[in-house]
Design a protein around this ligand. Structure first.
Ligand SMILES: Cc1cc2nc3c(=O)[nH]c(=O)nc-3n(C[C@H](O)[C@H](O)[C@H](O)COP(=O)(O)OP(=O)(O)OC[C@H]3O[C@@H](n4cnc5c(N)ncnc54)[C@H](O)[C@@H]3O)c2cc1C
Length: 412
């Protein structure tokens, strides 16, 4: 192989693409990661203020790819999730004791995951990270994908057996290949901030459905809670412009007093919400993972969790192909990945979309139905457990990494 020939080129070194590179470290594959943002710079997606609720399965995947020891000190466990509706009587509680686990999930700042990925990849001979660099053109042939990369004013061509698009919701790989996209804007923004209450309940995550949209508060270290509030887009500018005191009073009004008085807030930031689903997950010698394949509403905190399950499945398929002496970009490997992931991706996208639409609006019959829905899940045996398993990422066929088994011991 020449310097410019790779087994894998991963376009996008964000949380999903970077995690895939970590998973493939030491597996005998030559990997190049092309990332548009400079390392540790503002604008890098692993460097914004968003805070991620990781599922039980994601924690295991991150442990299996060597990232968890770095994340654990900054992670806050989720012991229970309380779901309620403002002004309603139905409520739902999922608890780690009912599921027989130490924690249903963990809450970790995205920035910490980004830093852990960058550290884990630095100085690794078989993984070459090129940043800031961009893919500007692609040509797919039966044997290779030729990738034109622009880096520091110089353009270079790489050849790879497999091209992985992990370049986010606005994927340029998807565009360059003309892969179709189903786009559903929600007309909402996710408003995020870090809040400090004066009566913390360690380990409890709250999801509260309000007339304007779902409001989540996730427990963080140091007695802080991360707010993710989906609001109609025409209200965003007004909410961003409020003084801290007025903003806190507004949240207090919607959320109530379960955490006592909400005393402090960080600066706020808004993300526009849109569901984007690629019409194809694979093409000959190309695979789309993470947000490039499926960008979701954050109502159930599933986007990165789903992307990490893509990573675990793809890494397993590729390592098995390599061990068996097969082509890592060949039809068999890609079909195995696509068939494995199809159901989980479709179900999570559909459920998230349903929640995002169902739990918005104050029309009384809809509010009553939501109350009944929450009560029903709480009371019908088995239903709450099913929901908890889904939240924990334990539904469906599990990858080796999710089962706590290392990829190193995988046979071809
Ligand atoms: C407010 C909010 C809260 C969220 N909370 C949760 C949560 O609690 N739990 C959860 O699981 N998920 C959550 N998510 C979703 C989660 O953040 C995303 O699913 C995840 O970050 C997607 O990662 P990604 O690597 O696929 O894409 P991105 O993060 O978009 O990364 C794509 C990368 O590709 C690079 N790139 C783009 N174009 C090019 C190019 N042409 N060449 C080279 N590089 C390129 C970009 O610079 C970037 O680094 C939340 C999302 C939001 C908005």
């Amino acid at each position: 192989m020449s310097e410019c020939e790779q087994d894998l080129v991963i376009v996008g070194g964000g949380l999903v693409g970077g995690s895939l590179a970590c998973a493939l470290r030491g597996m005998g594959l030559r990997v190049a990661v092309i990332e548009a943002a400079p390392p540790r710079a503002p604008g890098h997606p692993g460097d914004d203020e968003r805070v991620i609720a990781l599922s039980w399965t994601s924690e295991r995947i991150l442990a299996g790819i060597g990232l968890w020891p770095r994340l654990a000190p900054g992670a806050e466990p989720i012991h229970a999730v309380e779901v309620s509706q403002r002004g309603g009587c139905g409520a739902l509680r999922m608890d780690r004791r009912d599921e027989g686990v130490d924690a249903l999930g963990q809450v970790v700042p995205a920035r910490l995951i980004g830093e852990a990925i960058q550290d884990r990849l630095s100085g690794v001979a078989e993984v070459c990270v090129r940043a800031p660099a961009r893919v500007v053109d692609l040509r797919v042939t039966p044997q290779w994908v030729e990738v034109q990369v622009a880096e520091g004013g110089v353009s270079e061509r790489l050849r790879t057996r497999l091209l992985v698009a992990a370049d986010g919701g606005d994927s340029s790989v998807r565009r360059l290949l003309g892969i179709g996209l189903r786009e559903r804007p929600y007309g909402q923004d996710a408003l995020i901030a870090t809040l400090t209450p004066d009566r913390p309940q360690p380990g409890v995550a709250f999801e509260r459905f309000t007339e304007s949209g779902p409001l989540a508060l996730l427990p963080m270290t140091e007695g802080r809670w991360s707010l993710v509030w989906s609001v109609p887009q025409d209200r965003t500018a007004g909410l961003l412009a409020l003084s801290d005191e007025a903003f806190l009073a507004r949240i207090q009004g919607y959320f109530g007093w379960r955490l006592g008085r909400l005393a402090r807030t960080s600066p706020r930031r808004a993300f526009p919400l849109v569901q984007r689903l690629a019409s194809e997950a694979t093409r000959p010698r190309v695979v789309l993972i993470g947000n490039a394949a499926h960008t979701l509403h954050p109502v159930a905190g599933q986007g990165l969790n789903l992307g990490l399950r893509d990573v675990a499945a793809l890494a397993e398929v590729l390592v098995a192909a390599r061990r068996a002496g097969d082509d890592v970009g060949g039809t068999a490997a890609l079909a195995a990945y696509r068939d494995w992931r199809r159901r989980d991706q479709a179900e999570v996208a559909a459920t998230t979309d349903l929640l995002a639409r169902l739990f918005v609006g104050g029309w009384p019959p809809l509010r009553a139905a939501r109350d009944l829905g929450l009560l029903g899940i709480e009371l019908v045996p088995g239903l709450r457990h099913q929901l908890a398993r889904r939240f924990m990422g334990r539904a469906g066929r599990q990858t080796r990494l999710a089962r706590g088994l290392p990829l190193e011991t995988l046979d071809g």
